[in-house]
Ligand binder design. Structure first.
Ligand SMILES: [Zn+2]
Length: 108
């Protein structure tokens, strides 16, 4: 797994963690995610999703709109996040606190 080092990474102090987001209900892994900078994981930007491929590839869909993104839903039906647009224009999932667990896979 490779950490993306771009302007977002530098703006957040040039530190990042690889985090796995897990469903609180069934324990399934939903996303592997690069979290830039310190602090609590509140949202997952599409351009920071490492896997699975179907979510990772969303960042390359330039016509994708917030309303088309839909919720981040686990296979068990638990809703983990809702679509949002950050002020910088990036699409993200706003994570619902208490519906997920995070596992830190790697520090950088
Ligand atoms: Zn689940």
């Amino acid at each position: 797994m490779k950490i993306k080092k771009d302007k977002f990474f530098r703006e957040r102090g040039s530190s990042a963690k690889i985090i796995k987001v897990q469903c609180i209900k069934c324990g399934d892994m939903l996303l592997t995610y690069q979290k830039d900078g310190p602090g609590w994981l509140k949202r997952c930007y599409l351009n920071r999703i490492i896997s699975p491929e179907n979510y990772h590839d969303l960042q390359f869909n330039k016509t994708l709109k917030e309303k088309d993104l839909g919720n981040l839903v686990c296979a068990c039906g638990k809703v983990i996040g809702s679509p949002m647009k950050h002020k910088d224009g990036r699409l993200a999932f706003h994570l619902i606190r208490g519906n997920f667990k995070r596992l830190i896979a790697k520090n950088s």
